[in-house]
Write a protein that binds this ligand. Structure first.
Ligand code: GLP
Length: 243
């Protein structure tokens, strides 16, 4: 595991974007696993700048996103479909037919989870998976639990996650209670992983994920077992490991 410590969120975003850009240059038809949340927004802004400057090309890139809320219309501005278009896809030369997210509005959710997992395999797996980290150590929407999920599944969100995400909705009641997420197994199958973490409020979760016991109670801790993880975090997020 490589850990790159940056001054702040902006520097973290630049470093993360450089790593993704290097992947895209080395393999122009890469399958990129993408994430939502506030952590990767700066990274996406930097990627847009690089694409505008002609330094990176999305035309042969395929994307698969980690997760999506269940039963939230894709037109809702908090759906991850909307987020990805708004923060990245609408601003780069990507073929939108090659952008993939779980369908949280599917009638048969189990079939949708199976379809999504099969899609990742059909694509030949994920070359580089970008991840953020939740305050309780969740990755994607893999919440603390008694076991690691092998593949894409429907998860019930914890109160802590609902509370953390309510800032984006009218109220906590408006936050969906369930989501479809790649399982820890799907994430661990990615060839490379890039974790971006910023802010003192993530310091505990980062410390537990990188240095604590490997346990499904801290889903991010499974990353310790992956052979090619790069963590890009700012000093504030790293502060509890440093002392
Ligand atoms: C959300 C997402 C995760 C994200 C996490 C942290 O629940 N499902 O993919 O990593 O929360 O979000 P943020 O980056 O806004 O702190």
């Amino acid at each position: 595991m490589r850990v790159i410590i940056t001054k702040d969120y902006d520097e973290m975003s630049k470093v993360a974007a450089n790593i993704i850009a290097a992947q895209m240059i080395l393999k122009p038809n890469s399958v990129l696993g993408l994430a939502t949340g506030s952590s990767p927004i700066g990274t996406y802004k930097e990627l847009i700048k690089k694409n505008e400057a002609g330094d990176i090309d999305f035309s042969d890139i395929t994307t698969v996103n980690l997760d999506e809320y269940k039963d939230l219309p894709i037109t809702h501005d908090q759906s991850y479909y909307y987020f990805m278009n708004d923060y990245l896809f609408n601003h780069v030369n990507i073929n939108k037919e090659r952008t993939n997210l779980p369908n949280g509005n599917a009638e048969d959710i189990d079939a949708e989870c199976a379809r999504y997992e099969a899609l990742i395999k059909e694509l030949g797996g994920i070359d580089l998976q970008l991840l953020g980290l939740g305050h309780n150590g969740h990755v994607g929407f893999n919440e603390p639990s008694d076991c690691f999920a092998k593949s894409t599944y429907c998860v019930t969100l914890t109160e802590r996650t609902i509370d953390a995400n309510k800032r984006f909705f009218e109220s906590a009641d408006a936050v969906p209670r369930q989501a479809i997420t790649m399982g820890s197994g799907s994430i661990m199958s990615a060839k490379k992983i890039l974790l971006v973490v910023s802010g003192a409020d993530k310091a505990d979760a980062l410390k537990k994920s990188l240095t604590g016991p490997i346990t499904p109670n801290v889903p991010g801790s499974i990353l310790q077992l992956h052979p090619d993880v790069t963590v890009v975090c700012d000093e504030a997020a790293y502060s509890k490991i440093a002392v």
